[in-house]
Design a protein around this ligand. Structure first.
Ligand SMILES: Cc1cc2nc3c(=O)[nH]c(=O)nc-3n(C[C@H](O)[C@H](O)[C@H](O)COP(=O)(O)OP(=O)(O)OC[C@H]3O[C@@H](n4cnc5c(N)ncnc54)[C@H](O)[C@@H]3O)c2cc1C
Length: 482
């Protein structure tokens, strides 16, 4: 450990709990990099950032914080989009980035064991030569950690067919807020007795414990896959094609949509592929499985697209073309930086059949507010991502963007959907939890948090609204029209 330049006893004690170099950051200029995650509208400095190497070190840090009543939270790569890793109470951040080993690959039983700081995409890259992959593929997969994915129950483009993170987690090792270490999930033994703690911890947004080891399911690569790109003059036609593809009984591996503003963004950024700029919507559709059925599914998809007056539809000619289309889609959020100073990503879910009317409402909210909204989303499972474009340098625009985001979520809730599909609630959508849960339903959940986190030292002020705090949405007029 390098020599510490502080007399703060907590910093000195915490540093002593961690072995090796780079064990702790505590100086203001270092802490600035940890004052927010991908939700950049709110910023708070942590007390310190500690970098444990092992589960035992995590437990020792947690016990120290509990004993001295220091608030603390876990952090992976900090790509979260709802503010879950923001230290709103000046927390000690426990960064898991040094715990990044692939511990075991068990092809026979189709599982792998990783540390929480292991990067999502590295898992697929490590096993692809053996014909296997890890299915959950958030667009941030080249940098987000599997620990963060578990906390947020992350989704991704290919989760339409294969399910989100919770469907791929077989076991977890967890450090509880009192420093106890537990293992849950029985490593994937079906129908294990007792409560389904795996289901509870996956998606609990780092409020119940710190994940220190993860057993995941790995899948055999599909025998064949084909990818289709379809351009539509009208957004309604594209939306209707989405519904018709699914109701025809086809379950694509992925079914993604981008609207006109989103296309302008991706074509102005690092991975343009020549999409026309005057269309209103494009669909990126992938089917996979055994070779025998693929052509038939593609024919069916092409027919549905033709029925909805597609302007142009094409099938990827080779792996290179497919990869370019996906790079263009997966870098879509960041591409908004090419057309706007700032953007806020929203994450509502709706029944697929409501897609055309909800997109119309979002368009109306955009006109009312004067802020442009781009839509890039997982259309197949109704998981919308309105990207609200604003300029934080203009006074009032950041607040307006938040208000617009809330209004979009109200529209989703009012058509029977939800306020988050994969990015979590964090601090961003705590109030909006009231769009979908009653006070009693929220209490039932906070009671569970009390069991594991009674002193609320771990990641407090996230996920649930404070009792009695009322929701104010000024731009929710559109919701009434749905
Ligand atoms: C460009 C971009 C694209 C994205 N695309 C997608 C997408 O397609 N699908 C999707 O689901 N998300 C997406 N995200 C959001 C984000 O990448 C995911 O939420 C991801 O799971 C966060 O992982 P992380 O390692 O960055 O976690 P962090 O941001 O560091 O933390 C997120 C939350 O998890 C908690 N946490 C982290 N590690 C642990 C741990 N070991 N134990 C307990 N709690 C922990 C933190 O306290 C925090 O509450 C995207 C983000 C960006 C920036």
């Amino acid at each position: 450990m390098s020599k510490l330049k502080t007399k703060d006893p907590h910093i000195r004690e915490l540093a002593a709990l961690v072995s090796g170099p780079y064990s702790i950051l505590y100086e203001r200029e270092d802490l600035l990099a940890y004052d927010c995650d991908g939700f950049t509208i709110h910023k708070h400095l942590p007390k310190a950032v500690v970098f444990p190497n092992t589960t035992e070190e995590v437990a020792a840090i947690v016990r120290y914080c509990a004993r001295h009543r220091l608030p603390f939270l876990a952090r992976g790569a900090g790509t979260g989009l709802s503010g879950g890793a923001i230290p709103v109470n000046g927390e000690v951040i426990i960064s898991l980035v040094k715990m990044k080993r692939l511990l075991e690959v068990d092809l026979e039983n189709r599982r792998a064991v990783v540390e929480p700081g292991y990067i999502n995409l590295k898992l697929t890259n490590s096993i692809s030569d053996k014909g296997y992959y890890y299915a959950p593929d958030p667009s941030s997969q080249s940098c987000c950690t599997i620990g963060g994915n578990v906390a947020e129950n992350a989704g991704g483009a290919h989760c339409l067919k294969y399910g989100v993170t919770t469907n791929h987690i077989l076991g977890l090792e967890i450090v509880l807020p009192n420093g106890d270490i537990i293992e849950i999930g029985a490593g994937g033994i079906p129908d294990a007795p007792g409560y389904d703690l795996l289901g509870l911890f996956t998606g609990s947004e780092g409020t119940l414990g710190i994940v220190t080891k993860i057993t995941v399911r790995i899948l055999k690569n599909p025998e064949a896959k084909q990818t289709v790109l379809a351009y539509f003059d009208k957004v309604e036609a594209g939306s209707q094609a989405v519904s018709d593809i699914i109701s025809a009984g086809i379950v694509p591996a992925a079914l993604e949509m981008m609207d006109k503003t989103a296309i302008e963004g991706v074509e102005s950024a690092a991975f343009p592929v020549g999409h026309p700029l005057d269309i209103e919507a494009l669909l990126l559709i992938e089917v996979d499985g055994i070779s025998a059925g693929i052509e038939e599914q593609i024919d069916h998809i092409l027919t549905v697209c033709q029925r909805h007056h597609v302007r142009e539809v094409k099938v990827a000619q080779d792996e290179g073309e497919r990869a370019r289309w996906w790079a263009n889609r997966k870098t879509g959020f960041g591409a908004m930086g090419a057309i706007s100073a700032d953007y806020l990503v929203q994450d509502g879910v709706i029944p697929r059949s409501k897609l055309p009317e909800v997109l119309t409402c979002i368009n109306q909210i955009s006109k009312e507010s004067g802020l442009r909204i781009a839509n890039i989303f997982h259309a197949g499972d109704g998981n919308l991502h309105p990207l609200i474009l604003f300029d934080a340098r203009i006074p009032g625009q950041a607040e307006k963007a938040l208000e617009v985001g809330s209004a979009c979520l109200k529209v989703c809730a009012d058509v029977g959907g939800s306020i988050t599909g994969e990015h979590g609630v964090g601090i961003e959508k705590m109030n909006e939890m009231r769009y979908i849960f009653s006070e009693e339903e929220i209490s039932a959940q906070t009671d569970i948090r009390e069991v594991f986190n009674p002193d609320r030292l771990l990641n407090d002020g996230k996920l649930f609204p404070s009792p009695g705090r009322c929701v104010e949405v000024k731009l929710a007029k559109q919701a009434e029209k749905v």
